[in-house]
Design a protein around this ligand. Structure first.
Ligand SMILES: C[S@@+](CC[C@H](N)C(=O)[O-])C[C@H]1O[C@@H](n2cnc3c(N)ncnc32)[C@H](O)[C@@H]1O
Ligand SMILES: [Zn+2]
Length: 389
């Protein structure tokens, strides 16, 4: 079996070429046990977030119930000071074999326990025992959320990966309604809406367990969303979280949009321009990224000299920049198309809006995007459309 190095661990992995598509991407369904080298960036950031969270939580007891070859759980055990135990589990017999060998190769048996169980049964059985629960499934984490919330202790982190971006972004809206009880919308900022739908759903599930979940860092990269939610088991805090859920009403005719808080708010039917509005939600309308935490995560990445560190830092810089902005963003292409202009550079639009005293930032969600609290008329003007409205 081939071996790879990732971070500070060495791993036995399945023959990668077996499940490589013509595009160069690795397709999980082609392999019986899955290891995707393209997810290294996501795992590096996970290690850095965990290290920063140790400062806040004191120590971490990790549960990696959908582990594949065990890479995430083993990296937390080997690379994060303050991780005192890791439970690494996968129901597949073959994956279980890889995990056991990888624990031996890295001499981690003292801190790592290996199981071969159904993830939900295991997490319910070990309720309240973990301060970091990692859900890295094929597709949607929704089927595992209830058990993951039960498994979290009083204070902890729920780390989610979702690769079902097509439903969450509105390409398959019915699947999104089924899985997340929320309507997506295929707008230029649909990836952000998808992340907000995922966060909102996780929060509503957590509420049943008296658990308040607040996002501290999220990113949409390649074909997946990654979300880190900090949990506190306090009913008042859980009520507070639900108050920041709501809807985004979008006008496909003119591009205006507005965020409306509340689970049962009155949603306007028509936009100022007279066209009918479309609505996405319920979803989380609060902060997606804790700016201070993102700065510390970036410092941790620099300190560790990860081999994809440059790319990771670039992403973290954007997250820091956009952290304090409002929900939803514009793209220069979309605005320019509406006013019949050539798209300006997003950097110049951001500079101009800042000079005018507005919040403005680039967004990691889209290279053409910019986030601002400026009103629609100023957005149009900043994109070269003076006198258009
Ligand atoms: C996307 S892979 C995990 C990838 C891994 N975390 C990594 O970074 O390489 C999802 C894994 O979940 C396992 N799995 C799926 N359903 C499960 C269940 N109900 N209980 C336990 N394991 C399950 C699969 O066998 C698969 O290995
Ligand atoms: Zn309109």
């Amino acid at each position: 079996m081939p071996r790879v190095r990732e971070g500070r661990v060495e791993l036995e992995v399945p023959e990668l070429e077996q499940f490589r598509a013509g595009t160069g991407d690795y397709v999980p369904s082609r392999a019986r046990v899955f290891y995707n080298p393209h997810m290294e960036l996501s795992r590096d950031i996970g290690v850095a977030v965990a290290q920063v969270m140790v400062e806040e939580l004191g120590e971490l007891r990790v549960c990696d119930p959908l582990a594949g070859v065990g890479v995430r759980g083993l990296r937390y055990a080997a690379e994060v000071d303050g991780v005192v135990s890791v439970l690494v589990n996968d129901k597949s017999e073959e994956a279980h074999g890889f995990i056991q060998r990888n624990v031996e190769i890295n001499r981690l048996a003292m801190r790592v326990e290996v199981e071969r169980r159904d993830a939900n049964a295991l997490m319910f059985e070990r309720r309240g025992q973990f301060s970091w629960v990692e859900l890295d499934p094929f597709g949607s984490p929704a089927p595992f959320l209830d058990a993951a919330c039960a498994a979290l202790s009083g204070k902890g982190v729920l780390a989610l990966t979702a690769t079902d971006t097509a439903p969450l972004c509105g390409a398959h809206p019915r699947a999104c309604v089924r899985r997340y009880g929320a309507r997506p919308l295929r707008t230029e900022y649909c990836h952000e809406l998808g992340v907000r739908i995922l966060v909102g759903y996780a929060q509503r599930v957590a509420g049943k367990h008296g658990l308040a979940l607040e996002p501290v860092l999220v990113h949409a990269t390649r074909h997946y969303f990654r979300v880190y939610l900090k949990g506190t088991r306090r009913k008042a805090a859980a009520d507070e979280v639900v108050r920041s859920q709501g809807y985004v009403s979008h006008c496909f005719a003119c591009g205006r949009r507005r965020a409306v808080r509340g689970l049962v708010p009155v949603l306007e039917r028509r936009c100022e321009c007279g066209a009918e509005l479309a609505h996405a939600g319920p979803l989380w309308l609060g902060r997606l990224v804790d700016r201070e935490l993102a700065v510390r995560v970036a410092e941790e990445i620099v300190r560790r000299e990860f081999r994809r560190g440059k790319e990771e830092i670039k992403l973290l810089r954007k997250l820091v920049e956009e952290a304090d902005g409002p929900p939803t963003f514009f793209t220069v292409n979309e605005v320019a198309k509406r006013i019949g202009r050539t798209p300006p550079s997003p950097r110049r639009v951001v500079e101009r809006l800042r000079r005018e005293g507005f919040f403005a930032a680039r967004t990691h969600f889209s290279g053409e995007g910019f986030r601002t609290d400026a009103p629609w008329e100023r957005v149009v003007a900043a994109c070269g459309g003076e006198g258009e409205l």
